[in-house]
Design a protein around this ligand. Structure first.
Ligand code: APR
Length: 228
């Protein structure tokens, strides 16, 4: 059975990674315009680098949780029949052992050179932006997709959605497109759709089944059912 799992900040919440729109979330302390748009980066690159440096350093303090582990276990059985698409920029899926992850909003542990397009790994204790290791120019930015920018791997994701039998969304508010529209695309292609979320999301009504609760409970439970 071909399965696509879309994850959002909620799957990392119990690892201690702040979500965006819950109370105390990332967007509460910052103006999205300043730290998550190309215009904000052009206006004050140091502020943006400080915001992402802090989040990147925070990755060293958190660990994958049972929900991340359950998806890695599912991949052990399903192999290429499972595709995990994440909106998250943390590396917790990888650290839980998941081998195939599509980071549609980029990755904290990667930089992107605005001069040559290189996407070098970005280690955790770097302050600000070094010169690009490929072209040497001082043009590195966080490799995170900002508002108004095109997410990564859209064709790969659309192909997976139109060919899957089961679509599961975990820990996402359904506030941001195109990810919020994936349930409709999967359903239109005949997939069964399941939402696993702490509370109903903005798109719960489009799912065949909605289970509410913490991901650390819901995801292992659901994986156990799939693995039978
Ligand atoms: N278990 C399951 N779900 C949870 C948990 C938990 N422990 N804690 C929170 N949630 C749910 C919340 O109920 C909410 O629906 O996770 C969702 C988090 O929503 P957001 O904070 O909006 O995060 P996300 O949906 O990933 O945001 C999508 O928006 O700001 C952009 O690029 C950013 O990738 C992000 C995108």
């Amino acid at each position: 059975m071909r399965v696509v799992v879309l994850t959002g900040a909620g799957i990392s919440a119990e690892s201690g990674v702040a979500t965006f729109r819950d109370s105390g979330g990332l967007w509460e302390g910052h103006d999205v315009e300043d730290v998550a748009t190309p215009e904000g980066f052009a206006r004050d690159p140091d502020l943006v680098h400080r915001f992402y440096d802090a989040r990147r350093r925070g990755l060293a303090l958190v660990a994958p949780n049972p929900a991340h582990a359950a998806l890695a276990a599912l991949e052990e059985t399903l192999g290429e029949d499972l595709l995990v698409v994440t909106q998250n920029v943390d590396d917790l899926h990888e650290r839980a052992g998941l081998r195939r992850v599509v980071h549609m909003h980029g990755e904290l542990r990667r930089a992107r050179c605005q001069a040559c397009g290189a996407r070098p790994a970005w280690d955790t204790d770097l302050q600000g932006a070094p010169p690009c290791p490929v072209c040497g120019r001082a043009e590195l930015r966080p490799d995170v997709v900002w508002f108004g920018e095109v997410p990564y791997a859209l064709e790969v994701i659309d192909r997976a959605l139109t060919g899957c039998e089961l679509f599961v969304a975990v820990g996402t508010s359904g506030a941001v497109y195109p990810a919020a529209g994936y349930v409709a695309l999967a359903a239109h292609s005949g997939a069964r759709t399941v939402e696993l979320n702490l509370e109903p999301s903005a798109v719960s009504r489009y799912f065949d089944e909605v289970r509410t609760g913490p991901a650390v409970q819901l995801v292992p439970q659901w994986v156990a059912e799939v693995l039978g």
